[in-house]
Design a protein. Structure first.
Length: 236
């Protein structure tokens, strides 16, 4: 797919560009592709929903964009606000830690962590790449989603799945990434909490996996659908 596939009318400069991203299922080609030649642009404030059957490679796509797993071909670049119009930087240009801070992956289920959410906040704040970034209060963010402040002092293992999911997302938002890669971020939430989270994310650039047709209709500007043969299509 070439640039003409993104629409013939002139658009603002994209925030994120993905070009010809290709990932094989086993690395040597014998198992076929998770996806191949994936190309799209993501703009400020746009939500691109990713759909497809279970196991097709949706999570792998997000993890490749986040530079958490290797891919066989293709490149992702991020617009460089300080370098003038048309300037883009790759993970190699920025360094992978900086890229992951700017293009942040939020898993469906937080990895098993020891300690409390407050311990996690302190750990994230200690990372060199986070020290000079603007930060927001994750406790205030999560309170808007119905998470009581005292839950931040409980052990992660003592929290419900919905509490863990909201707290992990609030920590990610507090780091103010430029792009959020969201793997079913509301799968453990009730309908009311789901709508509150959707509202908080409405103005952000997100690539968002969901299996919920109603959620897609509420949040998506466009939808990228992966097929089992590794092909894809993008619908407006």
């Amino acid at each position: 797919m070439d640039d003409a596939g993104y629409g013939a009318t002139e658009q603002p400069q994209p925030l994120l560009r993905v070009r010809e991203l290709t990932k094989r299922r086993d690395g040597d080609g014998s198992g076929g592709h998770c996806f191949y030649d994936v190309c799209f642009d993501l703009h400020e404030g746009e939500v691109l929903v990713v759909r497809g059957p279970s196991g097709v490679g949706k999570t792998t796509l997000l993890r490749c964009i986040a530079q958490l797993v290797p891919h066989e071909a293709g490149i992702c670049t991020l617009s460089s606000a300080g370098a003038g119009a048309g300037a883009f930087q790759s993970p190699a240009d920025l360094g992978v830690p900086q890229w992951r801070a700017d293009v942040m992956y939020v898993p469906q289920r937080p990895p098993q962590m020891t300690g409390t959410p407050l311990d996690t906040v302190d750990m994230v704040a200690s990372f060199a790449v986070q020290r000079c970034r603007p930060r927001y209060d994750p406790i205030e963010i999560a309170e808007d989603w119905g998470v009581a402040s005292d839950l931040w002092e409980k052990k992660w293992a003592e929290l419900s799945g919905g509490e863990q999911q909201r707290i992990a997302l609030a920590i990610a938002l507090s780091c103010d990434p430029r792009v959020l890669l969201l793997d079913e971020p509301t799968s453990a939430l009730d309908p009311q909490a789901t709508l509150l989270v959707e509202d908080a994310l409405a103005a952000r650039a997100c690539i968002w996996i969901t299996h919920d047709d109603a959620q897609e209709a509420r949040v998506a500007a466009r939808c990228l659908t992966l097929a089992p043969d590794g092909s894809y299509h993008i619908s407006p």
